[in-house]
Design a protein around this ligand. Structure first.
Ligand SMILES: CC(C)(COP(=O)(O)OP(=O)(O)OC[C@H]1O[C@@H](n2cnc3c(N)ncnc32)[C@H](O)[C@@H]1OP(=O)(O)O)[C@@H](O)C(=O)NCCC(=O)NCCS
Length: 150
């Protein structure tokens, strides 16, 4: 059965393995351990860890810091499910605005975020390294989103 649950220390080896597979400049293991104000979840099926998402929150703002699905399980709706369920948890806890940075060339992730009503609001020039690339800053306003659905 597929479940989404809070990330645990015992998940880190697998999370770091996926991180190294999907990103050119991956977070080191230490970065996953030094996150006191983060909310982190994993998606698993029969104990197989398939992906993870990490948010930072400040008052009523949430920032997606890291998000990946193991390439073996991409394009099967897992990213959508993980994003959907974790956004709901944070919205229910009072988060009203979400932000994220995404590589300008990462159209797959941008397409996914647009489906969740994230809008581009700016650019950070040369934000990423290896390769150097701009970040697109995207935002999602919850009250606007709720009003649209009414
Ligand atoms: C971005 C990522 C998390 C999406 O996870 P996923 O499980 O593959 O996504 P889903 O299967 O739920 O697809 C969701 C949407 O993503 C987009 N998408 C997925 N695969 C795509 C592809 N090959 N081409 C274009 N868009 C694609 C589509 O909008 C898709 O919606 P649709 O299936 O209704 O068309 C995953 O591709 C990933 O881990 N990428 C590498 C790490 C990364 O870029 N993280 C985000 C950093 S900001």
């Amino acid at each position: 059965m597929q479940v989404i649950r809070a990330m645990q220390a015992s998940d880190l080896d697998e999370v770091v393995r996926i991180e190294n597979l999907v990103f050119h400049s991956p977070w080191p293991q230490q970065a996953f351990m030094e996150a006191p104000y983060t909310y982190s979840w994993v998606i698993c099926e029969d104990e197989v860890l398939q992906g993870y998402i990490i948010y930072h929150t400040v008052l009523d703002e949430g920032i997606i810091l890291n998000f990946a699905i193991d390439p073996k399980f991409q394009h099967q709706g897992l990213g959508t499910r993980l994003l959907n369920e974790t956004l709901k948890i944070l919205i229910d806890s009072g988060i009203r605005t979400f932000f994220l940075d995404v590589r300008a060339s990462n159209l797959i992730a941008q397409n996914l975020y647009k489906k969740f009503d994230f809008h581009p609001i700016g650019k950070r020039k040369n934000y990423y390294s290896e390769p150097i690339e701009d970040a697109i800053v995207m935002v999602k306003y919850i009250d606007e989103w709720y009003n649209k659905k009414l």
